[in-house]
Each structure stands twice: as structure tokens, then as C-alpha cells.
Design a protein around this ligand. Structure first.
Ligand code: SAH
Length: 344
């Protein structure tokens, strides 16, 4: 059966037409799902019993079960969700002074193989559907009763490797008759799938694009991120420049600092050279050590020096606040254990 949350509003209208129903019913259903956040068709009380039965016959609601919930000292909450097919994914809710931000997964597992990332320890299983991406937000809002204002695609998976479902999920999130999360409050993070960056530039979705850069020479970047062999730095930067030109939007470059690997003065100089003049921002992340990983965090003083060097040389750089590291909810720590959940 199909998941009703996989459809954006226009598609849902078409589904209703196929069921020989009026299209305004789609708007009612959409409101029940995303504003009232009901968990069953029976709760949609302004819809006739007949139609509710039809809906039940044709669609599932895909309500995730919470397998595990961990709360960090800093208030960050990590969820392990049962995605109803024996698999599980992680989602993280973070609280900032400007509101609540959620870090969603886009795939079960990841194909990218970044050496410093915990998601690399698991095999790729499958893409999440649009509805499964949206459900992470719904399930967390249902559980916590907070309103989530920002969404970042920085959980498990490579969002641009699940392009269509991610874009459709954004259309569902954006809809004012639904969750009404504006594209400007959504960030897509990519390890650098160049053709998809060009494609995204054509979408007319004003979301933030984050690029996981992490190194400034191909030799170093390829050692950290095998995807660099397919799309080396020059091609990546060219795509980023084209994206900025097309969208007039600032790109955010992620740079995880690993001690004596990519954190010396040469690296800082390399970044200045690479990014000078671009409409961009650098997000420095103290690298989080993962099980069996060889990269360790640079010292705080060193990270500050690195940031200051960039700022002094015309590159806007900030250090990302670390949230949830005590519950393995920080960047790159998502899901090594428990990914495959046995329902039986
Ligand atoms: N596949 C996407 C999104 C998921 S990772 C991407 O690569 O961008 C989200 C961010 O966390 C990326 O910038 C990623 O490089 C970073 N990251 C992964 N492992 C990390 C670690 N151990 N420490 C710090 N950041 C890490």
C-alpha cells in the first residue's frame, strides 16, 4: 500500500480525482496530516465515513514507532525510529535560541564512504521515501509538542543521492496549508555530487546548500572522502560558483577539523585561495571521533586560530556549536549500531 505522506498537495489532489472524489478533500486531508498531525484516518472527522474507508483501503499513514529516545545534557534529543520494514533510522532535534531545528536522515545507510563518518560503517540499504523524510518531523513534533522551524538534511545518507524524494519532501514541508516550513529554513548538505548541484540550481527552491568540503587539495580530500575521485575539488567549486550565480544564494562550506590532518596553516591558506570572492560562509566543525576512526579533534585554541585566520583574510567563518555529543548525536555520529532492527 502507498504511504499518503509521500504525496505533495498537487499529487494528493490527483489521487483524490483517481478515487472519484473532489479535490478540496485533498486540502482537508493535508490539513489533518500536517496541521492537526493526526495518526489515523478515523480522526479526520470532516471527511465522510465512506471516504475514510476508501483511504484506509488505499493508503497507509506510516506512523513511525520510537524505538529509542535519548536526551542530552544540552537538551538535544536523538530518536531511533522504526521505519516499519525492519529497518531503523536516526533523527536529532536541537534547540537553539531562534527555535527548534531537526536533523533528518535521507537514506538508510550511505554509499559515500567518508572515512570520518559513522554512517559509513553500515551498508546502504535503501532510499527513504518523501513521506518517510516528512514523517521524521511529524513524529518528533507529535512526541515533543514543539514547533520545528528549521530542517537540515545532515543525518544518515547523501540527500542528493536521493534527489527526487528529497525535493518532493521539501515541497511537502513548504506547503502553507501543511507544515509551512519555508525553504529558507531548510538546508541540504552534500558530500559534493556535482551533477546534482547543477540540477538543484534549476529547482527554484531557496534552501541553503551546504557543501562538505573538509580539505583543499584533491590528495587530502580523496583520502577523507572517496567521492572526491569522481568529482574533484575544481569541478565541485565550479559547480558551486555556477549555483551561486544562478540562485544568488550563499553557500555554506562545512569543514571538519581533524588534528594534524587538515588543520594547519597551509590548509587555512588553501581555503582562502579556493573560496576568496565567493558568496559563502565556512562552518568549522570540531571533528567528532567515531568508533575505530583515525581522525581526532583539533584543540579548541587551534580551531579558534584557524577561524581567525579565515576571518582576517576575507572569508566569513564560524565554529559550529557542538550539540548532543554525549548521546552520539553530533555531526557524523549517526548510526553505527541498531540500524537493522529485528521486528520479529
Ligand atoms: N551526506 C551529506 C549529509 C550527511 S553528513 C554530506 O556529506 O554532507 C552531515 C555533515 O556532517 C557533513 O558536513 C559531514 O561531512 C559531517 N560529518 C560527518 N562525520 C563527521 C564527524 N565525525 N565529525 C564532524 N562532522 C562530520
Amino acid at each position: 500500500m502507498k504511504n499518503i505522506k509521500d504525496y505533495n498537495l498537487d499529487e494528493l489532489k490527483q489521487e483524490l480525482v483517481n478515487l472519484e472524489e473532489k479535490t478540496f478533500r485533498a486540502e482537508q486531508i493535508f490539513k489533518w496530516l500536517y496541521q492537526d498531525k493526526v495518526k489515523s484516518f478515523d480522526e479526520m472527522t470532516n471527511i465522510s465515513l465512506d471516504l475514510r474507508e476508501k483511504l484506509k483501503e488505499n493508503y497507509t499513514m506510516c506512523n513511525f514507532n520510537i524505538l529509542k529516545k535519548q536526551v542530552s545534557k544540552d537538551g538535544t534529543i536523538k530518536y531511533l525510529f522504526d521505519v516499519l520494514d525492519g529497518n531503523a533510522i536516526e533523527t536529532v532535534l536541537m534547540s537553539y535560541h531562534h527555535g527548534y531545528s531537526i536533523c533528518v536522515s535521507s537514506q538508510i545507510g550511505c554509499k559515500m564512504g567518508c572515512k570520518f563518518c559513522a554512517s559509513t560503517g553500515i551498508n546502504f540499504i535503501r532510499n527513504l521515501s518523501s513521506g518517510e523524510i516528512v514523517e521524521q518531523i511529524l513524529a518528533v513534533e507529535q512526541d515533543t509538542k514543539v514547533r520545528i522551524s528549521n530542517v537540515v538534511f545532515m543525518g544518515i545518507g547523501e540527500p542528493l543521492d536521493n534527489y527526487d524524494n528529497v525535493i518532493n519532501a521539501i515541497h511537502i514541508l513548504n506547503n502553507q496549508k501543511g507544515l509551512n516550513i519555508g525553504a529558507r529554513h531548510i538546508s541540504i548538505s552534500t558530500s559534493g555530487l556535482v551533477p546534482k548541484i547543477y540540477k538543484l540550481a534549476e529547482e527554484n527552491i531557496p534552501c541553503t546548500l551546504s557543501i562538505s568540503l573538509h580539505a583543499t587539495t584533491n590528495e587530502k580530500r580523496s583520502k577523507m572522502m572517496p567521492v572526491n575521485d569522481a568529482y574533484p575539488i575544481e569541478e565541485l567549486i565550479k559547480a558551486c560558483k555556477s549555483y551561486i550565480e544562478k540562485t544568488n544564494r550563499r553557500i555554506s562550506f562545512e569543514y571538519a577539523l581533524a588534528k594534524e590532518n587538515n588543520d594547519n596553516l597551509e590548509d587555512a591558506k588553501g581555503l582562502v585561495k579556493l573560496l576568496k570572492g565567493m558568496l559563502c560562509h565556512v562552518n568549522l566543525i570540531p571533528i567528532n571521533k567515531i568508533e575505530n576512526g583515525s581522525f581526532t579533534k583539533s584543540s579548541n585554541e587551534h580551531i579558534i586560530e584557524f577561524r581567525d585566520y579565515l576571518n582576517d583574510h576575507g572569508i566569513v567563518a564560524t565554529i559550529r556549536r557542538e550539540l548532543g555529543s554525549d548521546i552520539e548525536a553530533a555531526c557524523g555520529q549517526l548510526r553505527r549500531k541498531n540500524l537493522k532492527y529485528k521486528t520479529k
